[in-house]
Design a protein around this ligand. Structure first.
Ligand code: C2E
Ligand code: CA
Ligand code: CA
Length: 479
């Protein structure tokens, strides 16, 4: 507490001035004292300066780890380049393997303490590589350092004596993505994007600890830049088209169409049909997803309207809702408007929210989801089983169905596997009194087993791939 009070030394010994200031005094006033108004003014100024410095210090550093925040870090990177323009530098992104799983298993106070311990370790190592470090988000750190020759030893030093469990049995596994000998003409954030891209390439891999940004990744980066640049035109020119994949209830004697999932594709004039697996994560990262999702929701709603008018068929459609959409304060209103403009009811529009969207800011997510459900929308939790959300979270989340991620279907039906995970998820769903939807079902055998296990709804190539409207109509008519 005393540390936060500036000290002014008052003395008649003029010789002492430098020493007092060296010892940390903020100011020095020698006798005979000047006019009291001058003293007052100087005190005021010292207090102000002191407060400014505190403010700078506190915004400079991340509250949890006390490492630089991104804004200050980037500024210091620029300073470093100015100071040493000819020294080879590396941009490094550092991550902790399976951090989400650790957090899920041992709780967030444990994972926070892990981050603090790890931050101290990184910080301590920085002088060895003439580097500086920033805590970017969750378990991602970025380092700007003089070019490192031996990444293996750096990795080793980063992980010595840090354990990811309370019994100190499992040592931490650190992973790095490296953009080495950076081109200093490239924007600072692009340099670290490259390091992150390299890290993402091996994230959670058990065999690789580090990856160096290469020409192949550079090509990918270029491709992505082109996609970002053509996004607005694509939206204006309606290059995004919606495909529909039917979902069937299989519990009766014959499968019954219950709804369809709207899945977007990009008909790019030069690059051909691009799959959402490529552009959705990119748009999420670059903040474009909200615009695209809004477009998809509107298209899907207007399609539903046409089906009703033309074929008198009432088949609800599910649309994907990204995590970022959930933080838009106007979301409920926007969706209500879409439904109203197309003469639909809220229960016609099913909202797929991926489980991994629900792992942080849990309270806010629960609140928003509740509001959506109160407005009458149905909520389906997508990719269930892969998002590490806790059971207590799922219990609090208002929801209408669990979608079993494809990976569990794959695992259950590959050689030597069993269907334990599927059984567990169906159990959870029945506890929550909601149906399960199995995704990625491709064979008759899979359908039979899932039916036996009590799964109610099936979506997958066995019935149909996602298809354009014209090809979906036969499913509608057959209803
Ligand atoms: P998702 O929501 O989990 O969608 C299911 C994905 O599984 C779709 O891939 C679908 O084509 C594929 N699939 C369905 N049945 C089978 C099957 O039997 N076998 C195999 N191998 N695959 C099957 P798609 O259409 O490529 O979409 C990928 C992801 O892109 C989606 O995963 C979703 O996360 C995202 N996405 C698609 N459209 C949108 C959108 O409009 N907005 C947002 N935010 N995300 C979207
Ligand atoms: Ca989905
Ligand atoms: Ca899914």
């Amino acid at each position: 507490e005393l540390n936060n009070i500036p000290v002014i030394v008052l003395t008649s010994d003029k010789e002492l001035e430098v020493r007092c200031l060296q010892y940390g005094a903020s100011d020095f006033i020698s006798k005979p004292y000047p006019d009291s108004s001058i003293i007052k003014a100087r005190i005021n100024r010292v207090v102000e300066l002191f407060e400014d410095r505190q403010t700078i210090k506190s915004t400079e550093r991340d509250a949890l780890t006390r490492l630089y925040t991104k804004e200050y870090f980037y500024k210091y990177v620029a300073d470093e380049d100015k100071l040493n323009p000819n020294i080879n530098m590396d941009a490094i992104a550092v991550g902790i393997r399976s951090f989400h799983a650790i957090k899920e298993r041992f709780g967030s106070s444990f994972s926070d303490s892990l981050l603090i311990r790890f931050s101290k370790r990184i910080k301590k190592l920085m002088p060895n590589i003439f580097g500086m470090v920033c805590h970017l988000e969750a378990d991602t750190f970025i380092i700007y350092s003089r070019h490192v020759d031996d990444y293996e030893s750096l990795l080793k030093e980063l992980s010595i004596d840090i354990f990811v469990d309370k019994e100190k049995k499992t040592p931490i596994k650190v992973q790095m993505g490296i953009y080495q000998n950076v081109d200093k003409n490239i924007d600072i954030d692009v340099r670290f994007d490259r390091a992150k891209t390299a890290l993402n390439k091996i994230r959670d891999s058990v065999v690789k600890n580090y990856f160096i940004f290469d020409d192949k990744l550079k090509e990918k980066e270029l491709f992505e830049e082109e996609l970002i640049e053509s996004f607005q035109t694509a939206l204006d020119e309606k290059q995004f088209v919606i495909f529909y994949q039917p979902k069937f209830n299989i519990q009766g004697d014959t499968p019954k169409l219950v709804s369809a999932e709207a899945l977007v594709r990009w008909k790019h004039p030069q690059k051909g049909l691009i799959s959402p697996g490529i552009f959705i994560p990119l748009f999420e990262e670059k903040g474009l997803i909200q615009q695209l999702d809004l477009y998809v929701w509107k298209e899907a709603a207007s399609q539903m309207r046409k089906w009703q008018e033309k074929y008198h068929k009432h088949v609800p459609v599910s649309v994907n809702v990204s995590r970022i959409d959930l933080f838009d304060p106007t979301l409920v209103e926007t969706l209500l408007d879409i439904v109203k403009e197309n003469g639909l009811e809220t229960k016609d529009l099913l909202l797929e929210i991926t489980e991994s969207a629900c792992i942080s800011d849990v309270d806010a997510i629960i609140e928003k989801t509740s509001a959506l459900r109160e407005a009458g929308f149905k909520i389906e939790i997508d990719d269930f089983g892969t998002g590490y959300s806790s059971l207590s979270m799922i219990n609090k989340l208002p929801l209408d169905a669990l979608k079993i991620d494809m990976i569990f279907i794959r695992n259950a039906f590959s050689s030597g596997s069993d269907n334990k995970m599927i059984k567990i998820i169906i159990d959870i769903a029945s506890y929550l009194k909601v149906p399960t939807i199995a995704e990625g079902v491709e064979s008759k055998e899979q359908v039979a087993v899932l039916k036996e296990l009590g799964c109610e709804i099936i979506q997958g190539y066995y019935f149909s791939k996602p298809v354009p409207n014209e090809e979906f109509v036969p499913f509608l008519i057959a209803e």
